[in-house]
Write a protein that binds this ligand. Structure first.
Ligand SMILES: Nc1ncnc2c1ncn2[C@@H]1O[C@H](COP(=O)(O)OP(=O)(O)OP(=O)(O)O)[C@@H](O)[C@H]1O
Length: 307
């Protein structure tokens, strides 16, 4: 039987009167990148803080490699690295000084500190910046330092809260590469409210909304829920709405969006773009613009709630 890396049982958390997390159970027993997906306020940070032992839950339990986080936090935390939403960087230290401090905080044996720092710097591609004061690094490199501190003690699990937040597109791509690299020999849990972030980086998804777990499965399984079902089209010729509904195979409903723009609802949007383009051409509707609309997290949540 595979050893459980993370086991969360019946976890609930309440801030004064409001429940932020309600009765969540989940288990991870295979390495990989797990996306914790949910809208703003869904309860992701609360979950991550509890898993990392930064916040004490109201009810339920968290086990890291079989160790109860509440009963034995020091031992459990040896197996976990955490990069919170606000990276805990000491801006006036050099990268090396900061990682030395983190090694101390993480109980890395003193004779292994230099090796641990070299390894984390190398892994995160920042060896050449070891003498640089953190304040003088770009956002993307500061995030790399944040990831280096999360892996300095070689934990089995690394938890990253919104790791690409505030980075420019190039930095986002680089940080995603780095996350995939560090996940080769450990479990990474990454929280985000951005669906494409999960699709680009993760293999598995756990989705929470309003404090409860609404989906648990692979990214491929999740994609079955987000097959887009609407197409936005702009036609120069202004055909009657009824012609759009009856003329294009599979259209259930047509919404008029103003001017010559329409939203077409399909039961199954597979090949919808091709169908709209083909019919527009044969009927002389003069296609101006055509877009497949992606489901929002809210729409996916509504869909999942029906299951
Ligand atoms: N310290 C706190 N005191 C009171 N309520 C809080 C506190 N922290 C979070 N909450 C509330 O708990 C709920 C869950 O918040 P949480 O930060 O865990 O969500 P999230 O999914 O991480 O959202 P975001 O993506 O915006 O960070 C929200 O309604 C939030 O307002």
């Amino acid at each position: 039987m595979e050893e459980s890396i993370l086991k969360v049982e019946r976890l609930s958390h309440r801030y004064s009167v409001q429940w932020a997390v309600r009765d969540i159970s989940l288990e991870i027993s295979k390495n990989g990148i797990y996306g914790l997906l949910g809208s703003n306020g869904a309860g992701k940070s609360t979950m991550m803080n509890i898993i990392c032992g930064v916040l004490k839950q109201t009810e339920g339990s968290v086990h890291i490699k079989g160790i109860n986080m509440r009963e034995n936090p020091v031992a459990a935390k040896r197996h976990i690295g955490f990069l919170p939403q606000q990276p805990p960087l000491q801006m006036d230290l050099t990268v090396e000084e900061y990682l030395e401090y983190c090694s101390f905080m993480r109980d890395v044996p003193s004779k292994e500190v230099n090796k641990a720092i070299d390894k984390a710097l190398d892994r995160c591609g920042i060896s050449h910046f070891r003498k640089r004061v953190i304040h003088n690094l770009s956002g993307g490199y500061q995030q790399r330092v944040g990831i280096a501190q999360a892996i300095i003690h070689e934990p089995a699990i690394v938890v990253l809260d919104e790791p690409t937040n505030g980075l420019d597109p190039n930095q986002i791509v680089e940080v995603r590469h780095l996350i995939k690299d560090i996940a080769q020999d450990r479990t990474v849990i990454l929280s985000t409210h951005i669906l494409p972030e999960v699709q680009a980086t993760c293999e598995y998804i756990r989705m929470i909304e309003q404090g409860t777990l609404v989906f648990s499965g692979s990214v491929d399984e999740f994609d079955n829920y987000i097959v887009p079902s609407t197409v936005e089209v702009s036609l120069i010729a202004r055909p009657p709405v009824e012609d759009l509904r009856s003329g294009i195979p599979g259209v259930l409903q047509v919404e008029e969006l103003g001017g010559t723009r329409y939203r077409l609802h399909f039961a199954d949007a597979q090949e919808a773009l091709e169908r709209v383009a083909e019919v527009s051409a044969t009927r002389g509707w003069r296609l101006n613009e055509l877009n497949m609309e992606k489901s929002s997290l809210d729409a996916i949540f509504a869909e999942l709630s029906k299951k």
